[in-house]
Write a protein of this length. Structure first.
Length: 277
């Protein structure tokens, strides 16, 4: 019979998720008694701190603890940043929910998510350029909307706090992802806004400014469907109109060069923005 060599965790670094109670807590104590170093992860920081203190009584190796909700991608990424300098030998995925994968897969998932965020931010930057936004708003507001879009993808509550601070929404307004995207379009992308009774004087002013030429939509034309107004813009200029779906009776639209419209629609579809032909 071949004698198998017993695996030892002596002086190894062991990462345990769900370590604040139950099986995870007991595993932490057993590893500490075998002189392992520990990285303890769970949601309840105060309880986790006590478990870490208990472990330190048995092991001479370092014991780290980090409060983290493994169901939230942003918290997982912060955790990975904190422990990236520590050589982890063993991972015990004991958490009741979360990323129950090998450590290398968890890191790869984090990288994939970051690449996705970078790609989305690049597409949003391209969208701003194609809409010629820089013609209408100051550079500091371009920077502001880019920052808000980053937070929209990372942390909706943080995005909400910033939008309130910037005066884009009121404090008592509820904010979901769809409304946040609509608010960014409304506040920063040179968007025409009106209720269902389109004010033709206001629309004429908006179009004249956008097209850099005198443009007139009559009272009668305003009461026809959006397609007729769009057709007139296209007939008299190199620009076209894009419809913004507000989910209500409010009428929003954007102006862009005809040549840029297909790419803008493509980007809007990828980013799930409510911009249509």
């Amino acid at each position: 019979m071949v004698k198998r060599e017993q695996f030892s965790i002596n002086e190894k670094m062991v990462l345990i998720t769900g370590a604040s109670g139950g099986l995870g807590e007991q595993l932490a104590y057993e590893c500490a008694k075998q002189q392992a170093g520990l990285i303890l992860v769970a949601r309840r920081e105060e309880v986790l701190k006590q478990v870490a203190n208990n472990c330190q009584q048995w092991t001479n190796q370092p014991v780290y603890y980090y409060a983290c909700d493994l169901s939230k991608a942003t918290e997982v990424e912060l955790l990975l940043e904190k422990i990236q300098s520590i050589d982890v030998d063993v991972v015990i995925n004991n958490a009741g929910r979360g990323y129950l994968k090998q450590a290398v897969d968890l890191i790869c998932d984090s990288i994939d998510r970051r690449e996705t965020e970078i790609n989305q931010e690049a597409l949003f930057d391209e969208l701003i350029t194609l809409l010629e936004t820089k013609k209408y708003i100051k550079a500091k507001y371009i920077k502001q909307v880019k920052s808000l879009y980053k937070w929209l993808n990372k942390d909706l509550e943080k995005c909400r706090e910033k939008m309130i601070a910037f005066g884009d929404i009121y404090e008592d307004e509820d904010l979901d992802e769809e409304y946040a995207k609509l608010s960014l379009i409304r506040s920063y992308l040179h968007c025409y806004q009106d209720d269902w009774k389109i004010d033709y004087d206001s629309l004429n002013h908006f179009l004249s400014e956008s097209l850099e030429q005198t443009f007139e939509i009559t009272f009668e034309e305003v009461h026809h469907e959006f397609a007729r107004i769009k057709a007139k813009v296209e007939a008299k200029s190199d620009y076209t109109l894009l419809y913004v779906d507000t989910g209500s009776d409010n009428f929003y639209c954007l102006v862009c060069p005809k040549s840029a419209a297909p790419r803008i629609i493509e980007i809007a579809d990828i980013l799930n923005l409510p911009i249509n032909h």
